[in-house]
Design a protein around this ligand. Structure first.
Ligand SMILES: [Zn+2]
Length: 101
């Protein structure tokens, strides 16, 4: 089984915060988040990436940015890559999502 990782190794898979402990299973991996909002954002983002790429699994996601400015990301799967920018509302729903060439 391939496991989904991000560049946030210290804490929350989305924002890297280390103060919280909230687990959710995403892509068959029990992933650590700081809170349920970060888990919601991450899960919505993963679903959107899969929808746009047609990928079944994502191996790795590199995330840069934050909640207010939005995040520039690159997702990797089987040697392929997909770059995108996204921003969400406070409840984790996607406000803006665009492909980056
Ligand atoms: Zn977080």
């Amino acid at each position: 089984m391939r496991l989904l990782k991000t560049n946030n190794n210290d804490g929350c898979a989305l924002c890297n915060a280390t103060w919280g402990e909230y687990y959710r299973e995403i892509d068959n991996e029990k992933m650590l988040f700081c809170c349920n909002i970060c888990a919601d954002i991450f899960e919505n983002m993963v679903n959107e990436v899969k929808k746009r790429t047609g990928w079944e699994k994502i191996d790795y996601i590199e995330l840069h940015g934050n909640y207010s400015s939005g995040r520039n990301c690159t997702a990797f799967s089987n040697g392929k890559r997909f770059s995108y920018y996204f921003r969400t509302y406070s409840d984790g729903k996607i406000m803006e999502f665009k492909n980056i060439d």
